[in-house]
Ligand binder design. Structure first.
Ligand SMILES: Cc1cc2nc3c(=O)[nH]c(=O)nc-3n(C[C@H](O)[C@H](O)[C@H](O)COP(=O)(O)OP(=O)(O)OC[C@H]3O[C@@H](n4cnc5c(N)ncnc54)[C@H](O)[C@@H]3O)c2cc1C
Length: 279
């Protein structure tokens, strides 16, 4: 049972972090996800609404996205539409309904590992980092280390910003979300890919697969092996088969996962073949 006694609207990050120091406090952004899962015994709700964390801008090295930026903001922001092949804008447009996109925030989407959250896979392809405010100061960690860092998001840690390196802004990016049954959350896969091809050879590669496990699936060893390789039809066939097999191995007995595995292989082959045709 919750017996909410206070609802606090801090206007600065410092005040928000202090408010979380109170026992039984819980941080909420737009509450699209947390409205039904406020932890048992919560007495103080710290609402993000007035924090100055809704922005998209550039510094010399990164695209900076404030944690309160909504999916609708991402979809319509000119920087998100133009940089990184527009992957931020396009992927945001594939999230649920307009009602949810108007509210759902970037911070709330990545705060906890959840297979169906769309941004972790996109941020993985972007090579992005996550900036977090803690009682002891702030920390910035690459998204691949974010969940293993075990931040207690919402009770001790506040995500403040995403940083996507502009050095990759002109690479080729691709996002797709494919669903067998449109109305079901059980049957879809998301992919977010990044690459750079020079003289027919791979100079950069990141292939991230979402909605399979709580964390996006990547195979860094295979990506490394492929750097410098020429994308021949035989190589594309063997690489896409490997990704299909890897996805299948997560839930070998599941029919839904067999569908995802087939898609993982087909989308990989489609993307890599498309790269060779662009040259
Ligand atoms: C009908 C429906 C459809 C949906 N469809 C999709 C979909 O297609 N794709 C998808 O990815 N998601 C989907 N979602 C999930 C949800 O909307 C998103 O995860 C959203 O981005 C959460 O943001 P929020 O601001 O509402 O977070 P909240 O609900 O406010 O918070 C969620 C959790 O994150 C924590 N939190 C929030 N902000 C921060 C922060 N800045 N720092 C630290 N912790 C924080 C909270 O404490 C809480 O534990 C859907 C949800 C609903 C209800």
């Amino acid at each position: 049972m919750n017996n909410i006694k206070n609802v606090i609207f801090p206007e600065t990050l410092k005040d928000a972090v202090s408010a979380l120091k109170k026992k039984k406090s819980f941080f909420m952004s737009s509450s699209t996800f947390s409205f039904k899962s406020v932890p048992e015994g919560t007495e103080n709700i710290v609402l993000a609404k007035k924090l100055p964390l809704r922005y998209v801008k550039k510094d010399p090295k990164n695209l900076l996205i404030g944690a309160l930026t909504t999916f609708d903001d991402l979809e319509n922001n000119p920087l998100c539409r133009s940089l990184f092949s527009g992957i931020l804008s396009f992927s945001a447009s594939r999230c649920s309904s307009q009602l949810i996109r108007n509210m759902a925030t970037v911070g709330g989407n990545i705060a906890h590992p959840n297979a169906f959250n769309l941004l972790p896979v996109v941020l993985t392809a972007l090579g992005a980092s996550v900036k977090v405010a803690l009682r002891t100061g702030s920390k910035t960690v690459p998204v691949r280390d974010f969940y293993s860092s075990k931040f207690k998001c919402g009770t001790e840690a506040i995500i403040t910003e995403i940083q996507a390196p502009l050095s990759l802004a002109k690479d080729d990016f691709y996002f797709e979300k494919v669903s067998k049954i449109r109305s079901s959350w059980d049957s879809y896969i998301t992919v977010a890919f990044r690459s750079r091809l020079r003289n027919g050879r791979l100079e950069d590669l990141k292939l991230a697969f979402g909605a399979i496990t709580a964390f996006p699936y990547v195979n860094e060893a295979l990506e490394k092996e492929l750097l410098g390789a020429e994308l021949t039809p035989a190589l594309i066939k063997s690489v896409s088969a490997k990704y299909g097999e890897a996805v299948l191995a997560f839930h070998p007995a599941s029919r839904i996962n067999a569908y995802r595995a087939e898609l993982a292989a087909n989308l990989t082959a489609f993307y890599l073949k498309g790269l060779t045709e662009k040259v």
